[in-house]
Design a protein around this ligand. Structure first.
Ligand SMILES: [Zn+2]
Length: 572
């Protein structure tokens, strides 16, 4: 039994995420967690809401609520939607938790002890009209790297370069649009990432099995231009984790908070501590996942994220961990995703373009979305959601292939043989051939799942469904029953076991349908098909079953055009 630690990039607190966000981290992480649990591994799957920073402050102000109250409410909204999508987090934490406060302050103190923090008195942009220092992402201007005219002060969305607001050409406040900005003096803490460059580079070079998408992004930030830069880790804000050196005050830093990008990844660790707290466990329970001196040396740690988050996870967070000099677990495998586009353009939160997570669940159950999104995950390149493709995929893969097999077998068996799995006949050459084919395909499926090849794994799963359908089509028990009912009974007995096999294999992708199949089979044996000949005999003759409701319904052309119009973009 392996020990598998999985974290999904943590979604920001302000507002509901769209399907592109879902498939870029949480959903594939859930697939991987469910698969590893199904294989009997010990899994810790952590996600959280990312609650600090100015967007939360401004969203709370807009909603007329204190920011802490706003975040608590929005956390519950996001948690409810995550449950709706069956995201099987062991804990869905909050970066504003006391656990994260303490850990973030401890890391900062530790980094200072290691000589890796320097205090910098600098001039920051103060918006006179807004009467506040403007955090990086609330200043927009022209990117000095690529010339994009709406680059944010922290990062250019066009060329992904990490920026400082003072790098921008023609800066303006995005809070008010004001260009009445001035530089004012303020003091901040900087993490000396340059001093950690060699350590970081050696660590990244040791990751020979990482995808090129991941390592190339990391290497770019390590070496391009002036190379890796020291990074400000504090901000002039009220909402956030107060700057402290461990549990001690930090003279000169009163009233300031840590930068959200410093504390957010630490929440992966803090979220695991929150899990222990929520389950009445002591510190050893979470430390054995994170401290290599306290039991985590046999843990394999996987992170899931969109490509825009790669620099922070390959450089900034590892700099915190490596710089601490303490034996914290570093990521072993980092799975990053490209973007999902929406029907010929991009998803847009501000313009309400595309399907958001709450809307998706209001029109169809989670499994429909899970299947489409995972089977079209933007792995090697950006992918695109279109309603035509969604309709075709749901109707063909889920309704025609999988749903139809389940419905046909159970209805036929009930009408011909009653409420129990029939006992007649024995498996012949057709069944033996199918068992051999399925056995080989399941080994392929396992390999793809272990490698987090999400699309390919979905394609293999679909091929496994198709193999069963083809068997049924050519064996044709509904014809055979007229001349050789015993033989037809053996076919149907195998087909019931096929349904159980499909439930087990499909559960990581479509957990609700898998449960419906198992319930119809009156079965709770989720054991993995290590041996296919055995797996095809788990449900014996005489075992009772029921005919389930249709597993999947088809999407009509009328619905498709209706939804196309509805989600084209007007949401505020
Ligand atoms: Zn740029």
């Amino acid at each position: 039994m392996a020990r598998v630690l999985i974290t999904s990039a943590i979604p920001y607190i302000n507002g509901i995420k769209h399907l592109g966000n879902l498939v870029g981290s949480q959903l594939p992480a859930d697939l991987f967690a469910r698969y590893n649990r199904a294989r009997g591994h010990e899994v810790m799957f952590i996600c959280a809401t990312d609650e600090h920073g100015t967007p939360a402050e401004l969203a709370a102000a807009k909603a007329g609520k204190p920011v802490a109250e706003y975040c608590a409410e929005m956390h519950e909204v996001q948690a409810e939607i995550a449950r709706g999508f069956r995201l099987s987090f062991d804990h869905f934490g909050r970066s504003s938790s006391q656990r994260n406060h303490k850990l973030t302050q401890a890391f900062a103190g530790r980094l200072a002890d290691q000589g890796l923090i320097r205090e910098v008195t600098e001039k920051m942009i103060f918006s006179v009209d807004d009467n506040r220092f403007l955090p990086d992402r609330y200043i927009e201007g022209t990117c000095p790297n690529c010339g994009f005219d709406s680059a944010r002060g922290d990062q250019c969305d066009n060329c992904t370069k990490q920026l400082d607001p003072t790098d921008l050409i023609n800066p303006r406040s995005t809070v008010s649009g004001s260009t009445n900005l001035e530089l004012r003096e303020t003091k901040h803490l900087y993490l000396m990432q340059r001093a950690l460059k060699d350590k970081l580079e050696a660590w990244i070079d040791s990751k020979t099995d990482w995808p090129i998408l991941t390592t190339s992004i990391a290497k770019k930030w390590l070496n391009d231009g002036d190379g890796l830069q020291d990074r400000g880790i504090t901000r002039d804000l009220h909402w956030g984790i107060p700057v402290k050196k461990g549990d001690q005050p930090w003279p000169g830093m009163e009233g300031k908070v840590f930068y959200v990008w410093f504390d957010a990844p630490i929440e992966y660790i803090a979220g695991t501590a929150e899990w222990a707290d929520a389950n009445g466990l002591d510190d050893t329970a979470w430390e054995r996942w994170w401290r290599t001196d306290k039991g985590a040396s046999d843990v394999t740690y996987y992170q899931f994220m969109g490509k825009d988050n790669v620099p922070f996870h390959t450089l900034s967070f590892p700099a915190t961990i490596l710089g601490s000099g303490e034996p914290w677990k570093l990521v072993d495998y980092l799975k990053s995703f490209n973007y999902l586009n929406y029907d010929g353009g991009q998803f847009s939160t501000s313009r309400g373009r595309g399907v958001f997570m709450d809307q998706a669940l209001s029109i169809l159950p989670a499994d429909y979305w899970r299947w489409w999104l995972l089977s079209h995950a933007p792995e090697t390149s950006d992918a695109e959601f279109t309603w035509e493709n969604f309709q075709a995929s749901v109707n063909k893969d889920l309704a025609d292939v999988l749903g139809n097999l389940v419905s046909r077998v159970t209805k036929f068996a009930k009408s011909k043989f009653g409420d129990d799995i029939p006992a007649g006949g024995a498996f012949g050459p057709q069944e033996t051939a199918l068992i051999a084919d399925l056995g080989a395909r399941v080994r392929d499926y396992e390999a793809l799942m272990a490698q987090m090849e999400v699309r390919k794994a979905a394609a293999e799963l679909r091929a496994i469904w198709v193999a069963g359908n083809e068997y049924l089509q050519s064996a044709a028990p509904w014809t055979v029953v007229k001349t050789d009912p015993e033989r037809a009974q053996a076919m149907i007995r195998l087909s019931f076991n096929l349904i159980r096999l499909y439930a087990v294999l499909s559960a990581p992708f479509i957990p609700d349908a898998a449960q419906t199949m198992m319930t119809a089979l009156n079965c709770d044996d989720w054991s993995w098909p290590e041996d296919m000949a055995h797996a095809m005999r788990v449900l014996p003759a005489g075992h009772g079953f029921t005919v389930p409701e249709n597993l999947f319904r088809k999407i009509t052309d009328e619905e498709r055009t209706d939804w196309q119009t509805r989600f084209a973009g007007k949401r505020d």
